[in-house]
Design a protein around this ligand. Structure first.
Ligand code: PLP
Length: 460
């Protein structure tokens, strides 16, 4: 090695050349790399469909990682804004100079975000946004502990992964200053008979934990406004309001992570708008902000925190923070979706989702229950004994492989994290396409039902 080979002078590579490079040089993220040559090689996207190198069409039923909210047909306005920014000025170091697009995007977000969240900065993605939020909370309060939920995901870098409760937290090793709290959601244990009781009991447990840890050691409580990757869990009535009140009582900041649920995924611009009176002190997001056309994260801070950092160093930054080309993309995506009243369309999608998911639960033995808010839904899959297919992080059972194979067979692509089946279509999906998506999902669940009956012939 040490010399560029002639194949890099060719515009097109053969399938064999690509497969060899994937095998020899590609390293996967999160999982081991053994399956890298089995992944479909996606070459094109259009509308809500992706196409692989063999021409096979896949319908995207989870907006990939709940991020390609606008689907795959590139909006002409977004394209023009990005190209214009690239041609005029593709980069300035964020601490060295200001740009118009930075001023515009911060101003637009301050206008449309409820409450006094008036200050904004833009890292490269959701993990970095939460990393920055944790730093800001610690520097603002002078305290260090971050409390977060067991059933949560906050990102792959050290701080957010330590705050994460799901199995991925094991990859970060020992990190100081992170404390886990129980979610108020009843899945495998009971926190009370009704929503209200569950909320009250969880809140009193949380208050006790705050007292034990010492309120003067806790910088922030970091929660997903609606738990996303761990199952689309909606907080029981009164819970988030109660957490907000506890934060106020004990002088703790509330950070809401809307990396997945922000930017109209659940209906309103931000999911915290479902909870009257709740405004986070720090709000993070990413994904839908640019619809993944380009990578970008967001940190929003309330006026009091913004004021504090007028005369105190914020103490966080990166070369590509506030990158003008990425901001141009976000500005166009956000103003376009705002003008188009995306919230209204998502509420129409929600009606279809509620009806169809109800039908899937009733029709399929393998579906225990489901949850829906906006275009954000999840089904819990069970085995023939009615037990969850697996625990998160356990080796996949054969039923999960049935689902994986069946998704590809029925032309669906998306993130499947057994035992959860997320259903989070791109927000541009039409009603006809929604029907088509649910009928394909129904066929996948038929295959799983048949496998549970022991009729493995449908598994091919
Ligand atoms: N927070 C939440 C709630 C997420 O769902 C994710 C990613 O799925 C992240 C943070 C991390 O974002 P990213 O993958 O852009 O770093």
């Amino acid at each position: 090695m040490g010399r560029m080979s002639d194949k890099h002078l060719k515009d097109e590579w053969s399938d064999e050349e690509i497969a060899a490079a994937v095998h020899d040089n590609v390293v996967m993220t999160w999982s081991n790399s053994a399956n890298r040559n089995e992944l479909p090689r996606i070459v094109r996207g259009e509308g809500v469909y992706l196409y692989d190198s063999a021409g096979k069409q896949y319908m995207d039923f989870t907006s990939q990682a709940v991020c390609t909210n606008m689907g795959y047909t590139l909006d002409e306005g977004v394209k023009q804004a990005v190209v214009k920014q690239m041609e005029n000025l593709f980069y300035v170091y964020p601490g060295m100079a200001m740009t118009e697009v930075r001023a515009r995007l911060c101003n637009l977000l301050a206008e449309i975000t409820p409450g006094d969240i008036n200050g904004f900065l833009f890292p490269l993605g959701g993990s970095e946004a939460n990393e920055g939020a944790i730093r800001i909370a610690r520097r603002y309060t002078g305290k260090s502990k971050i409390m977060s939920a067991m059933r949560s995901y906050h990102g792959g870098t050290a701080g957010p992964l330590a705050a994460t409760g799901d199995f991925r937290t094991r990859f970060v090793g020992e990190q100081m200053g992170f404390v886990k709290i129980f979610n108020p959601h009843t899945l495998r244990f009971s926190t009370g008979a009704s929503d209200e009781v569950a909320a009250l009991q969880s809140l009193s447990m949380l208050e006790e934990q705050i007292m034990c840890e010492g309120p003067d050691t806790i910088a922030a409580i970091l929660l997903e406004t609606i738990v996303g990757a761990n199952g689309v869990f909606l907080h029981p009535v009164g819970y988030l309001e109660g957490v907000r009140a506890l934060c106020d009582k004990y002088n703790i900041l509330l950070i809401l992570d809307e990396v997945m649920c922000g930017f109209w995924r659940t209906g309103p611009l931000f999911a915290f708008q479902h909870f009257p009176g709740v405004v986070p002190d720090i709000l993070t997001s990413a994904k839908g902000l640019t619809s993944s056309i380009l990578p970008l994260g967001m940190i929003g801070i309330r006026q009091k925190i913004k004021d504090h950092f007028e005369s105190n160093a914020l103490g966080w930054g990166a070369t590509y923070a506030n990158h003008p080309v990425l901001l141009a993309c976000a500005y166009e995506v956000v103003r376009k979706n705002y003008q188009a009243c995306l919230e209204k369309r998502v509420s129409e999608i929600e009606s279809v989702m509620l009806r169809e998911i109800d039908m899937l639960i009733r029709r399929h033995r393998c579906v225990l229950q489901g949850r829906v808010i906006g275009a954000f839904a999840c089904l819990d899959l069970v085995n023939k004994d009615g037990h969850s297919l697996n625990l998160l992080g356990e080796a996949l059972p054969k039923e999960a492989l049935v689902v994986k194979n069946s998704l590809a067979k029925h032309g669906l692509i998306g993130l499947f994290r057994s035992p959860m089946m997320h259903i989070c279509p791109p927000l541009v999906m039409s009603n006809t396409e929604l029907q088509e998506m649910f009928s394909r999902i129904g066929r996948v669940l038929d295959d799983l039902d048949a496998a549970l009956e022991g009729n493995e012939s449908t598994m091919a």
